[in-house]
Design a protein around this ligand. Structure first.
Ligand SMILES: Cc1cc2nc3c(=O)[nH]c(=O)nc-3n(C[C@H](O)[C@H](O)[C@H](O)COP(=O)(O)OP(=O)(O)OC[C@H]3O[C@@H](n4cnc5c(N)ncnc54)[C@H](O)[C@@H]3O)c2cc1C
Length: 366
């Protein structure tokens, strides 16, 4: 039977980051199994946004640590990720949202994150094409931006392979195996692999795999769409990733055009709030659209941890912000697997919180 020290399930940003961090820490007897192609799950559908502005400070800390790695990603892996550090601009149209963001900015500034409240005149300077009549304020943080998720996956996978990790695509895990409270390996559609450690980073498919070893991992998929206009309508290349927080409509420049999306799966539902906020959109033909799953948890925060049997580790349920957290999450999982001190205490994100009734809702979900 084939063997490995660690099996990583899933070739998205979280699985490839974990494999890379394991190998970079010296653990190279690692097999990464991806049922389809690398990046073919949620990661390949993502908008690539990287933001420090979260309601939950632990999310801001996770992204702060991840940001440091995104900034030196090409140096680490040899693969450029097209990171545009243009900031995030949150547009706020209610007093309640302004209050919530003001409080969050206070917490973020306490962590050394340079987010700030900005007025509506500043919003118009960032993106002159925006309709701003109903806005009561906005927040901006210049360290944020967007990068190319597929490039991040390829970068981690390439660097992991170079260090000795075996990356297998088109190879599905059909069951995780455990005996006497310990992981013993996985079954795959190409035969079993014996391993004392399994990292489950299978995105929305993680729940079924965990159930096989008696664990409830309450992640479910919520469909979200993105659209690409081949033209930019005059929106400057320096425009921040802009979010109309009340409606969820967001956009950023992409090549000669723009990508935009929102909480609405159907374009018919997104069109009205999108055009109201950015009227030039009405004149821009949509060249392509795609959709993917947000990997939602019950409180919109990730589930990251270990158990219920020795040797099983998991990370899923990122609820729309998994790409931007994947560097620090992969590092964290590698540290857990290898018994190293962790860089960030992520125990509040253990899936056990739902059994204990200790939910911690993230409120700034786009
Ligand atoms: C439209 C959209 C926009 C988004 N925008 C952003 C954004 O701007 N910023 C951000 O941070 N996040 C964003 N996200 C969320 C982000 O994409 C996810 O949180 C993140 O990609 C999760 O990564 P993952 O590696 O955990 O999961 P995935 O990328 O889904 O990877 C899991 C992989 O596991 C594989 N797999 C599943 N089952 C098995 C099995 N049994 N055996 C082997 N392999 C298996 C799958 O094929 C898949 O490739 C967005 C998501 C969507 C859909």
């Amino acid at each position: 039977m084939r063997t490995a020290e660690v099996v990583v399930i899933g070739g998205g940003c979280v699985g490839t980051s974990t494999a890379y961090h394991l190998a970079a820490a010296g653990c190279t007897d690692v097999v990464l199994l991806e049922a389809d192609a690398l990046g073919s799950g949620s990661t390949g559908k993502a908008a690539g946004g990287i933001r420090l502005q979260h309601a939950d400070a632990l999310n801001s800390l996770l992204v702060r640590r991840s940001l440091a790695e995104f900034l030196r990603f090409e140096e680490l892996t040899g693969v450029p990720i097209g990171f545009k550090q243009v900031g995030y601009l949150f547009l706020l149209s209610s007093a309640a949202d302004l209050d919530a963001f003001r409080r969050a900015v206070g917490v973020q500034q306490g962590l050394g994150i340079p987010s700030e409240l900005v007025d509506v005149a500043a919003v118009r300077e960032f993106v002159p094409q925006l309709a701003t009549d109903d806005l009561v304020g906005a927040t901006f943080c210049p360290s944020e931006g967007y990068a190319t998720p597929e490039a991040v996956v390829q970068g981690y996978a390439t660097a992991a392979r170079r260090l000795g990790v075996r990356v297998e695509t088109g190879r599905a895990v059909t069951a995780v195996r455990a005996e006497d409270g310990r992981i013993t390996g996985v079954d795959t559609d190409g035969g079993p692999i014996a391993a004392p450690t399994v990292v489950c980073a299978a995105g929305v498919h993680s729940a079924g795999l965990a159930r096989g070893i008696g664990m409830e991992l309450p992640v479910h998929g919520e469909a979200r769409a993105i659209h690409y206009t081949g033209r930019d309508g005059g929106v400057p290349g320096s425009a921040p990733l802009t979010v109309d927080f009340a409606s969820g409509f967001y956009f950023h420049r992409e090549g000669p055009g723009m990508v935009f999306g929102g909480r609405q799966r159907e374009l018919e539902d997104l069109g009205e709030p999108a055009v109201r906020r950015l009227p030039v959109l009405a004149g821009l033909p949509i060249e392509s659209s795609w959709w993917g799953y947000y990997d939602m948890s019950p409180d919109s925060n990730a589930m990251i941890g270990s158990g219920p049997v020795d040797g099983f580790h998991y990370a899923t349920g990122f609820s729309g912000h998994g790409f931007q957290q994947s560097p620090a999450v992969g590092e964290h999982l590698a540290q857990r697997v290898l018994g190293l001190p962790v860089s960030l205490d992520l125990s509040p994100f253990s899936a056990g919180r739902f059994r204990a009734g200790a939910v911690r809702p993230e409120k700034f979900v786009i």
